[in-house]
Design a protein around this ligand. Sequence first.
Ligand code: LMR
Length: 349
Amino acid sequence: MILLTSLKSQTKLAAWRVVVRTLKVAVVGAGGGIGQPLSLLLRRCPGIDELALHDITDIKGIAADLSHVSQTGKVVGFTGEQELETAVSGADVVVVAAGMPRLPGMQRDHLMAANGNVAVKVATAVSNASPRALLSFITNPVNMIVPTAAEVLKAHGTFDPRRLFGITTLDVVRSKKFIGDSMNISPDEVKIPVIGGHAGITILPLISQCQPRYRCDPQEIHKLTHRIQEAGTEVVNAKAGKGSATLSMAFAGATFVDSLLRAIGGQEDLVECAFVASELTDAPFFASPLQLGKDGIKGYVPLPQLSDYEKEALEKLLPILRQNADEGVRFARTFLKGQSESPVPAALP
Ligand code: LMR
């Protein structure tokens, strides 16, 4: 009888161990305009046992501040390039918001010179300290940063296409908001895939697939598509030299990380759009809806039947994505050869 009771409690304990999985999330660039609200929103995600905040400038005050939020789990700050590996060590998810933002008149591509080394340094640190982490980049230009990081991970023998993401959730968030407002319904009720990449015409909202159905004429479809493609620029211009989207990006980033964490925790039905290594088209990296699982990407949702407008837009964006990927790979190779020695830039202001 005693044996039976103790066996029962051991089984219970084992079950408890399986269900309550503690998670570590590292935010790189946590002191910046995106990093701070993102870290705050992540405090609301259940199951994060450790939130590791990293920035190039002193992050201790922000870590202390966030550690007082009445949620379980600890918040730890790591400062400087020398602490990057410790910050990401053993992380389940690493989300990267470090880098410089756009100024009016700039395209996202123009940021590669300033931000490319973020991809190199973080991918190197992840390779060394947390090769199984789900590594997610907010840092622009996403279309080049993700191929750069992939190349660095390959050089370290740690590349797993299921575990590397460019976060394009803001394109979905914007699409839901603009369409929801236009249909006079809650954005939460709107479901729409956004494919391609995360810059200008590479952002392709599939309005033909919108649920509930969005009925409008071709001019309106073009106007809405253009608004979604240029929404980042709308914010850059409104901020007039003080940076780009930070709060809506933090919202989008936290939404995406929350889905990754739920998938790690075993939730089955999760689908998110993200920019990843992909064989769906002839671009080596492509954003599309993905089924998420414990190890990151569990499956690629096949592309649906596109409208003629969307087919034409897809044909136009694919060469841009191929070129962006080439440039990202070239950047990584140059950097790996030691031809670029600049340090990791500070967080987005
Ligand atoms: C965005 O979409 O708002 C971000 O990619 C930032 C930018 O430069 O537009």
